[in-house]
Design a protein around this ligand. Sequence first.
Ligand SMILES: [Zn+2]
Length: 81
Amino acid sequence: MDSGKKYEFRKLKNSSDKILICPKCFELLFRDDFEHFSCCPYCDSPIEISDEMEDYLLKPIVDNWISNQNQSFPGTFHPES
Ligand SMILES: [Zn+2]
């Protein structure tokens, strides 16, 4: 069984975030560029939503959620024994 295409990411400076490199035209794609279209805006190459891609797309939501949780409930994610 083919596990699908492997996408390459590049890490952003000064950030824990990363950016997708289009496997076809090698343009750098920000999350917003393709999350609503599921394809590369430069060459129309379809972006396959793999587990890896899902993690990538959900990362800002998860990060945001965690920081909101920490604001609402300080210490929740830093349990002290
Ligand atoms: Zn492309």
